[in-house]
Design a protein around this ligand. Structure first.
Ligand SMILES: [Zn+2]
Length: 279
């Protein structure tokens, strides 16, 4: 049934590409269930708003702000018919607003705090990059994003249940947000309930995340800033005068939580949610 629907969707999408006939119309007969699970291709090309929809349940009569899968230009996402207790899903919803309290730091602000901050730690919210850092980690790290991978990791953990809490953590590049970050650590854990339901497992709980970075040596940053800022005469001299102050390393930290909800097949080889071994 889900295969039929997928075929119908692809057919409707191809029809749309060829003739411009709205997918809405050609899909009418294919909408076998009132709800569907949003499926992405899980690769680096999926747009951010569709990454956020991945694994979530939507209603055909209440489209999300993005529209339904395949409706937006060049979208390759699919709608899997949703049957309660039978269809797999897995999604994370951030519990914190991720709003920042401070103005967004530039690389020069990182350097300035090194020389003037006396080693005082700063939070992602304080440096105005909370939402950006979480977004980079959750939806872009490793190409597919950590939230995408966590779904499979937590599902595999729930299948084995060798430990009461699932711990995770790794180093990620955050240079896309600010050169100053370089590589930083994000680690955390999942704590929640795991309930067996026939050939499925229901998983519900909270993921807690902690971001940790140490700003130590502005030398490489200085080269980056001065090397690429030929227009600014001010910058090198400002860095010179700042460096006379000595400088002290400081931590950049951030904490947030997300709800995790999933229903996955016990048989990981039949499931869309498991960690695929790399060869
Ligand atoms: Zn899409």
């Amino acid at each position: 049934m889900s295969l039929e629907h997928t075929r119908a969707y692809r057919a409707a999408y191809l029809t749309y590409l060829r003739t411009g006939l709205p997918i809405e119309l050609s899909l009418k007969h294919a909408r076998q269930t009132p709800q569907y699970v949003w499926e992405t291709r899980g690769d680096a090309k999926v747009r951010l708003s569709h990454r956020r929809n991945e694994g979530k349940i939507f209603r055909w009569d209440t489209p999300p702000p993005t529209g339904h899968p395949g409706q937006d230009y060049n979208c390759r996402c699919l709608a899997l018919p949703f049957e309660e207790g039978k269809t797999e899903y897995a999604y994370l919803v951030d519990l914190d607003s991720l709003a920042s309290t401070g103005r967004r730091w530039t690389d020069l602000d990182f350097v300035e705090h090194f020389y003037r901050g006396g080693g005082r730690p700063v939070t992602l919210s304080e440096i105005g990059q909370f939402a950006e850092i979480v977004q980079e980690y959750a939806y872009f790290s490793g190409g597919d994003g950590a939230y995408h991978r966590l779904k499979g990791q937590i599902a595999d953990w729930a299948r084995e249940l060798k430990t009461p809490i699932y711990h995770f953590g790794d180093k990620y590049s955050f240079k896309n947000v600010a050169y100053s970050h370089g590589y930083a650590t994000v680690k955390g854990d999942f704590l929640g309930s795991v309930v067996s339901k026939g050939d499925m497992i229901k998983i519900d709980g909270i993921c807690s995340f902690s971001f940790h970075d140490v700003f130590t040596d502005p030398t490489s940053l200085r080269q980056n800033l001065t090397g690429t800022s030929s227009r600014s005469e001010r910058l090198p001299s400002m860095l010179e005068s700042l460096s006379e102050l000595g400088g002290e390393a400081y931590e950049v930290v951030g904490y947030w939580q997300a709800q995790f909800h999933a229903l996955v097949l016990k048989d990981k080889y039949k499931s869309a949610y498991h960690v695929r071994k790399k060869h």
